[in-house]
Design a protein around this ligand. Structure first.
Ligand SMILES: [Zn+2]
Length: 250
């Protein structure tokens, strides 16, 4: 006996729900594995350290630019000082010229002193940042090592569940092909609304999930309507072909 397309679709729908519920359970099993929780914690820690490292590197680069600028100024003032001194040595000067040169040299010496003082502070800051950067890199390496070890442990302990998930997912693809896009869309919507339990079957005149006994008149209406309909009580999808196990005898 071969099934008509509507009946086959109704069976496929019930099978699909069963597969999806099993997939949900397997996903929950994976999620509950201690390594999975640990991986989540590690990922959070890594994100935090990586964020801090980015900030440190940004500040370090800014500081290096600032140090470069001050070093440039310092070299310039030293060069000017050398030039002024050389100039002073080459020729005789009158009193006013000597006084001007001395004033110029004093001003340059002050600038040089200020640059040196600033540089000292900036270089001390740079040392601190470089230390912080090294530490952050070390922490990151440690976190990555831990993640790899945990991932390897997780891969070992989860391989059975993952294999089952792959098999179920392939079965789901095959089953979904027996369902029209319209019914599939209704299923996906109901699945979200009812947290997985989207489809009911009938046991006699009782829907399998909400278990509210159908009135004889509404039962009769449903039995004369489409095989995939809607439960008048809970609004889940209701498959009215029964008994479901007949499919295997066909
Ligand atoms: Zn119902």
């Amino acid at each position: 006996m071969s099934l008509d397309p509507q009946t086959d679709e109704a069976y496929a729908l019930v099978e699909l729900q069963d597969l999806d519920l099993r997939l949900l359970r397997h996903a929950a099993t994976l999620k509950a594995m201690p390594e999975e929780r640990k991986l989540e914690t590690i990922a959070l820690a890594r994100k935090k350290v990586a964020g801090e490292l980015t900030k440190i590197v940004g500040r370090r680069k800014d500081l290096e630019i600032e140090i470069g600028d001050v070093e440039g100024d310092l070299a310039h003032y030293r060069e000017v000082t050398d030039r002024v001194q050389a100039e002073a040595a080459t020729r005789q000067q009158d009193y006013r010229e000597v006084r001007d040169l001395e004033a110029q040299l004093t001003s340059l010496a002050k600038r040089i002193e200020k640059c040196e003082f600033t540089l000292k502070g900036l270089r001390a800051d740079l040392e601190k940042l470089l230390t912080a950067e090294r530490n952050a890199n070390l922490t990151l390496a440690r976190v990555d090592q831990e993640r790899e070890a945990t991932q390897a442990a997780f891969d070992r302990s989860s391989s059975d569940v993952k294999a089952q998930i792959r098999t179920l997912a392939a079965e789901r693809d095959a089953t979904a092909k027996r369902i029209t896009p319209e019914v599939m869309a209704r299923y996906e919507q109901a699945r979200r609304r009812f947290k997985g339990l989207a489809v009911e079957t009938l046991k006699g005149n009782v829907p399998s999930v909400c278990r509210v006994k159908l009135q004889p008149s509404s039962f009769s209406d449903l039995m004369h309507g489409p095989v995939v309909t809607e439960c008048p009580y809970c609004r889940r999808m209701l498959v009215t072909v029964e008994p479901f196990s007949q499919k295997d005898e066909g």
